[in-house]
Design a protein around this ligand. Structure first.
Ligand code: URA
Length: 206
């Protein structure tokens, strides 16, 4: 593990208190930590909590979350078996994108989470998390499914670029590439539900 220094406002994977971003402290109802097993093979990374996530205290529980959950199921993965988190843990006002300094303020928490979970693959959902991890501009629609090795907190990590699930709500034709990317991520991580190593069965679908 690269970064085992204690972070005083983290308890394990959870940020328990933080006042680093004055505007986000105003706009949030709560800190939205990641969910899912602390040893998940696949870690999904979104941008920041939206209204519903802020209300419920869980990432991807709104309409985008419904798409993610459904498409995970379609590729044989149960949402409960993957880790889902965001670059920024507090809801930005009016759902604006997180600012550079907010991403930087939250980076340490994300790095700690990645370090502890130690996933086989990190799947970035949309442009903001892709650019945050890759530190370059990303054309997500073109690059979805691409895998790059990136050093995060000193460790080499496999990052797979993926569309944001909301993109599939605006443009239904994006559903197929979105689902294909999830299937590739599952198989890269060795957890493909339908015939892979996880032992998850789809028989219940029939
Ligand atoms: N979009 C995100 O990027 N993150 C969430 O948690 C929900 C929607």
């Amino acid at each position: 593990m690269a970064n085992t220094d204690s972070l005083e406002n983290m308890d394990g994977l959870e940020v328990t208190a933080c006042e680093r971003c004055p505007e986000l402290c105003e706009s949030r109802s709560r800190i939205v930590n990641g969910v899912g097993p602390d040893d998940a093979a696949v870690l999904f990374l979104g941008e920041a909590p939206g209204a519903q996530e802020d209300e419920e205290g869980e990432p991807f529980v709104g309409r985008s979350g419904d798409v993610l959950t459904e498409e995970l199921r379609n590729v044989g993965l149960d949402r409960e078996t993957v880790r889902i988190t965001n670059c920024v843990r507090c809801r930005p006002p009016d759902n604006r994108n997180p600012r550079k300094e907010e991403l930087a303020n939250c980076r340490e928490y994300l790095e700690r989470e990645i370090d502890l979970v130690d996933p086989e693959v990190i799947v970035t959902l949309g442009k903001v998390p892709a650019e945050h991890l890759l530190d370059r501009s990303v054309a997500v629609t073109k690059e979805t499914g691409n895998v790059e090795e990136v050093r995060i907190a000193g460790e080499p990590r496999r990052v797979m670029l993926c569309l944001h699930p909301a993109a599939t709500l605006y443009d239904r034709s994006q559903r197929e590439p979105f689902e294909e990317t999830l299937a590739e991520a599952a198989s890269l991580a060795g957890v493909r539900g339908d015939g892979g190593e996880s032992g998850q069965s789809r028989l219940g679908d029939f």
